[in-house]
Design a protein around this ligand. Structure first.
Ligand SMILES: [Zn+2]
Length: 316
């Protein structure tokens, strides 16, 4: 009898492996439709049962972040290791089961990437995280986990709170936008987002001749590694006042531990997040802010004031 694994070998496979399709999300893929025939379940039912919990997915080539403990648990339990869909959402930087920051699988991605990543990890080749930042390997991981988890939960994007209501959905889109600002890619005309230059080396670079500022904003968040995305979420949580005084004390302890300077002021964070070369880019960001209702804008007023202070004098 044929198995699901046999079905991977179809005309859409290059070198015996899937290259462009992800059966976890591409319901129209030959693999997914073949699987529905093999197990005799209606494709529409499978689609509704396995629909993604967030529409902010990492692009296919970025679905390379994984939890080695989940994969190891699979193997220990006698299961073939499987890639978790939750690792593929742009805001998820951690495994919420093991409370660990996701590792990067450095090899070529395929439909069999869960096994490949497990084998890579088991052979101790992938022992690193993202060592371009002190935050990534020398700080109390549990504290970082709690800070990002709190921001996600209050933004309506926690492990069990996706899209609870239309009101929450609007607030989530606003949170996503601010997180994107902190993750924006560096171009010849714009600095890297604060999540990059504060906590990482800021090295993601988008060629301005190929991509305009809106692309740099979008690409920055989707091309970020799990560590940078975590920093973006924590910074956005700070701007939205999700943290109590005690939470901020925890954050300060981390900063003291790593020696990283954190501007504990929303106005200054806005001021240093943008240094636009073009008036159009500045007006574009302003227009995005004004798409949101005044009640939400009020929450980030100090941050927006900082952006204005850094730019309006030069352009208006
Ligand atoms: Zn895990």
């Amino acid at each position: 009898m044929s198995s699901l694994l046999d079905l991977w070998v179809t005309k859409d496979i290059v070198g015996g492996r899937f290259i462009y399709e992800d059966p976890d999300f591409d319901f129209k893929s030959p693999y997914f439709s073949s699987a529905s025939i093999l197990i005799n379940v209606d494709l529409a039912k499978l689609e509704s049962a396995f629909s993604p919990k967030s529409n902010w997915l990492l692009p296919w080539h970025q679905r390379k972040y994984y939890c080695p403990e989940c994969l190891t648990d699979d193997v220990r339990s006698g299961r073939y290791p499987s890639w978790r869909k939750s690792w593929c959402y742009a805001l998820n930087s951690h495994c919420h089961f093991h409370r660990k920051q996701l590792f990067t699988y450095p090899g070529q991605l395929s439909a069999d990437k869960a096994w490949d990543a497990f084998a890579d990890y088991a052979n101790s080749k992938n022992f690193y995280l993202h060592k371009d930042s002190n935050w990534s390997y020398s700080t109390p991981a549990a504290l970082r986990y709690l800070l990002q988890l709190k921001a996600l939960r209050l933004a309506g994007a926690g492990p069990s709170s996706y899209g609870k209501s239309a009101k929450n959905a609007r607030a989530f889109v606003f949170f996503k936008f601010v997180a994107q600002i902190f993750l924006q890619a560096r171009t010849v005309n714009t600095p890297a987002g604060a999540a990059r230059h504060l906590f990482s080396s800021g090295r993601l670079y988008v060629n301005r001749s190929l991509s305009g500022y809106p692309d740099a904003l979008e690409a920055g968040s989707l091309e970020s590694n799990s560590h940078e995305r975590m920093c973006g979420v924590i910074l956005a949580g700070f701007i939205f006042s999700f943290y109590t005084r005690r939470d901020l004390e925890v954050a300060r302890r981390i900063y003291a531990f790593t020696g990283y300077y954190f501007p504990d002021d929303k106005y200054r964070l806005g001021f240093m997040s943008f240094d636009f070369l073009y008036k159009d880019d500045y007006l574009y960001v302003k227009s995005l802010f004004f798409k949101f209702p005044a009640t939400l804008l009020k929450k980030v007023k100090r941050f927006v004031d900082g952006i204005d202070a850094a730019n309006s004098g030069r352009f208006i």
